[in-house]
Design a protein. Structure first.
Length: 248
């Protein structure tokens, strides 16, 4: 199952990587490009659910649209590696004895695979039995909750999250806004000290503790932008708190 909107440029590779599945369901949230046509040409069953209801609701819709209980959830910018495909097929042949399986996700960014920083191994539950698992979360950071033990796979889920630094910055702006709204609604507070300490710790953790320095200039970029993400999300939360206080 894949959720997508205006993803005609990247969708073909994602669809090709899941061609081993019994069926491929693409849930489209109102594309205005050739997303649906690309999916149908690849043999996927296209279901439209628009307008966009939010990540958790759309993923749940896709799970329900599948004809089988065991589902493999994918985004248009992700691909199932050959190793992960072979591992899933071997598990299927031997018997699936867990409610879901967690797999490492590796990002391809600025010309290289990022196996370091906060980005790796980025464990994700994407292969699961929908009768024993389901999506949970709020505006950001949705995940699969499994009722029962969760297995761990070795094969990687390949992720192509950003076209370039500009695209990365644009998505940081979007995700930090969602995070701040969610944190504000939950009553969370922050201050200048939190912003500085949080951003500083994020850089040290990414570049030093999680060995971003081994990735050269790309590791430095990822570490700085991860630190930037932390600072901006807290700054936006503070802005919302101040606006609420002024309005009161």
């Amino acid at each position: 199952m894949i959720i997508a909107q205006n993803e005609e440029g990247s969708l073909a590779d994602a669809l090709s990587s899941v061609a081993f599945c019994d069926e491929v369901v693409l849930v489209d949230s109102g594309s205005t490009d050739g997303t649906r046509e690309v999916a149908e040409a690849a043999g996927a069953r296209v279901v439209v659910n628009a307008p966009w209801p939010g990540f958790v609701a759309q993923r749940d819709f896709a799970v329900r649209a599948a004809r089988h209980d065991w589902v493999l959830a994918l985004d248009a910018d992700e691909r199932v590696s050959r190793a992960l495909r072979d591992e899933i097929q071997a598990l299927r042949a031997a018997g699936l004895d867990r409610g879901g399986y967690r797999t490492p996700r590796v990002a391809f960014y600025l010309g290289r695979w990022i196996r370091g920083t906060d980005w790796y191994p980025d464990w994700q539950v994407r292969f699961f039995d929908r009768t024993r698992a389901g999506w949970q979360g709020d505006l950001v950071h949705e995940s699969v909750r499994v009722d029962g033990p969760v297995g761990r796979l070795k094969g990687e889920l390949e992720h192509h999250p950003y076209a370039d630094v500009s695209d990365h910055l644009s998505k940081i702006d979007s995700y930090t806004t969602l995070w701040a709204r969610q944190a504000h609604a939950a009553g969370r507070r922050t201050n200048i000290a939190d912003m500085v300490a949080g951003a500083s710790w994020a850089f040290f953790r990414n570049f030093v503790l999680k060995r971003g320095f081994l990735l050269g200039s790309t590791g430095l970029v990822v570490s700085v932008l991860n630190s930037h993400y932390t600072f901006v999300k807290l700054a936006k939360l503070r802005e919302l708190r101040q606006a609420g206080t002024a309005g009161a």
